[in-house]
Design a protein around this ligand. Structure first.
Ligand SMILES: *[C@@H]1O[C@H](CO)[C@@H](O)[C@H](O)[C@H]1NC(C)=O
Ligand SMILES: CC(=O)N[C@H]1CO[C@H](CO)[C@@H](O)[C@@H]1O
Ligand SMILES: [Ca+2]
Ligand SMILES: [Ca+2]
Length: 566
């Protein structure tokens, strides 16, 4: 009996160690731009399959793929026309199955993008809804509009995210339909239980195929406020914007973060958890894209009785820039930690995606490693957009027949080597041009270069798997903060050893004397472990803690200590 009891205790002990997603490294792939396997100039699933070992090499736990579903590509796959099919441009279902198969062999989990807010107007559901097919009649949000002095007006003053009214008149059905994004992206009606069931069927379909979770697109936009009489309330004006076509013209109190959105989020989580219970295996995760205040993200995570998204993306660090000081970083980190860590012991750090300019462009070339090191040093989950491990930069793109999107600049092909089209494709004209520096700045070169962004990134992912980093559920195992206006530090430790990460955010040399109690008693020196390109130190070099510390402009270092045995 006692034996069993001890065993049970051990088991409970194991449960408190982090789950796979809690300190995972997620890597976002924009499939059009990763690898093109058949030379048509557009990236595809076979291409991704061929690079899973690469992801493993740099220490990625899971990769989330921007949409690969059947789509007319009015918004590059964020306009899905069939949620159960792969778009031929990316390959076939067999290619997808192969990708999953291979991902299991290699040990990199696959996460899919899930776009529940809307479909394409070319989706069969929408076509049937237009025809008032009884099954699909209320799948979308329809309204006949308001008659004022005999003239028909849209049901409300709402403006879409991409500009212009959210309401588009449909001749056939003789009603307006709602779209928070493009007119080609009609919003689903999530008040219809059939829609909710349909989405669970979609989740199940892909879970059955072997995906480990979903990144849910545009979460805050899922519900809009509906008056009891079936009308839609006008939103108030923002007095600082005078363009009625602009999204910022209105204060989005009725079209963002409505309470019902939480219900669906909790419903999806319950579904994922029950799926896990029925099918065994590891936790399936929900990554939620919500540009919302922390109080709302807190609720997307859970309320006191229900759980939601494990990883509501933390976009806080994205609002920093090249001018941000260590104090700014500290404030941004604390904004999250004060609420989300204190309440739930979770954290995630995002610094880029397909909707925002790259780190190079937001922070400056010299800050790529600084920012990547910061992202991976903090306790919790790291989220990296493809190519950021190389420090790829935005490209000024011209409108082409294929694409004319102001976000194209951060979606250019991955730079694998110095060959034709950077090894992305055998096609000399990929769907977007490569950055002009690809002959120098590519995976092949950076792999060989000691302090390259690639190798620094890789070292940090390795560190994330050490005991000192793995120990993060214990609050006393880490610390962070600004030591001076410009030096940001993170400390991570286990009982055996620990790491001190020091980052100079500024463009001047910084010096610092460690106060007496900064290290545990008995620690006398540290060893440089990772250093950035222009550092004057080398890995293996010792540092006496009583010495003055010097950091060059934008220098970041990781130093290691061994805890003395007492
Ligand atoms: C949590 O949210 C669910 C779903 O919205 C709701 O039914 C429940 O009452 C909430 N719990 C609390 C304590 O507010
Ligand atoms: C930030 C954002 O809007 N991200 C995605 C949200 O959904 C729209 C429409 O599906 C996409 O265009 C965006 O990329
Ligand atoms: Ca292709
Ligand atoms: Ca909606």
């Amino acid at each position: 009996m006692r034996f069993v009891f001890v065993f049970a205790l051990l088991f409970v002990g194991c449960l408190s160690s982090p789950e796979w997603w809690e300190d995972a490294t997620f890597y976002q792939i924009y499939p059009r731009s990763f690898v093109d396997s058949d030379g048509d100039g557009v990236g595809d699933l076979k291409g991704i399959s061929s690079k899973l070992e690469y992801l493993k090499e740099i220490g990625v736990t899971a990769t989330w793929l921007s949409p690969i579903f059947k789509s007319p590509m009015a918004d590059f796959g964020y306009d899905v026309s069939n949620f159960f099919e792969i778009d031929p441009i990316f390959g076939t279902m067999a290619d997808f199955d192969e990708l999953i198969e291979k991902s299991k062999e290699v040990g990199v989990k696959i996460i899919l993008d899930f776009v529940p807010n809307h479909s394409s107007d070319e989706c069969e559901y929408f076509e049937k809804s237009v025809e008032s097919d009884p099954e699909y009649k209320d799948f979308y949000v329809w309204h006949p509009g308001k008659l004022i002095d005999g003239i028909r007006h849209p049901p409300s003053n709402w403006v879409s995210v991409f500009g212009g009214s959210t309401w588009t008149w449909n001749e056939k059905r003789q009603e307006y339909y709602l779209h928070q994004f493009l007119a080609k992206q009609p919003d689903f009606n999530f008040r219809n239980p059939k829609v909710r069931e349909n989405f669970k069927a979609i989740l199940k379909f892909w879970l059955d195929k072997g995906v480990y979770g979903f990144r849910i697109d545009a979460v805050p936009h899922i519900f809009e406020k509906l008056n009891e009489d079936g009308s839609w309330p006008d939103e108030p004006r923002n007095d600082w914007n005078n363009d009625p076509q602009s999204y910022d013209y209105l204060d989005h109190i009725y079209t963002k973060d409505q309470h019902e959105t939480l219900d669906v989020m909790y419903e999806w989580r319950a579904f994922m958890d029950s799926y896990k219970n029925d099918n065994g295996g590891e936790t399936r995760v929900i990554l939620a894209e919500a540009y919302s205040p922390i109080e709302i993200l807190d609720q997307y995570f859970s309320n006191s009785t229900h759980s939601g998204s494990q990883i509501p993306f933390n976009f806080g660090l994205m609002s920093l820039s090249g001018y941000s000081t260590a104090k700014d970083v500290e404030n941004s980190v604390t904004y999250w930690m004060d609420v989300m860590w204190k309440k739930h012991k979770v954290a995630n750090w995002v610094l880029g995606n397909h909707d925002n300019p790259r780190i190079y462009d937001r922070f400056g070339a010299h800050k790529i490693d600084v920012v990547n090191i910061l992202l991976s040093s903090l306790p919790g989950t790291t989220v990296t957009y493809y190519g950021e491990e190389l420090g790829m930069h935005n490209v000024k793109t011209e409108c082409t027949e294929v694409s004319c999107d102001d976000r194209d600049g951060e979606r250019t092909p991955m730079q694998w080597n110095d060959k034709l089209s950077g090894g992305f494709s055998t096609n000399p004209n990929p769907w977007l041009p490569l950055a002009d520096d690809y002959k120098v700045n590519n995976v092949k070169n950076q792999r060989k270069t000691a302090r390259s962004s690639f190798n620094i990134y890789k070292s940090l992912q390795k560190l994330k798997r050490t005991e000192a980093f793995k120990n993060f559920k214990d609050d006393s195992s880490w610390a962070y903060g600004a030591l001076t206006e410009q030096i940001f530090h993170v400390k991570r430790s286990s009982s055996k050893d620990g790491y001190l990460i020091l980052i100079n955010m500024g463009d001047k040399i910084e010096t610092y004397n460690f106060p007496e109690n900064f290290f545990k008693p008995g620690i006398k020196d540290l060893e440089y472990h990772v250093v950035t390109e222009r550092s004057s130190h080398y890995s293996g070099e010792k540092f006496q803690i009583t010495n003055k510390l010097h950091l060059l402009p934008f220098e970041a270092v990781v130093m290691k200590w061994e805890t003395p045995v007492v």
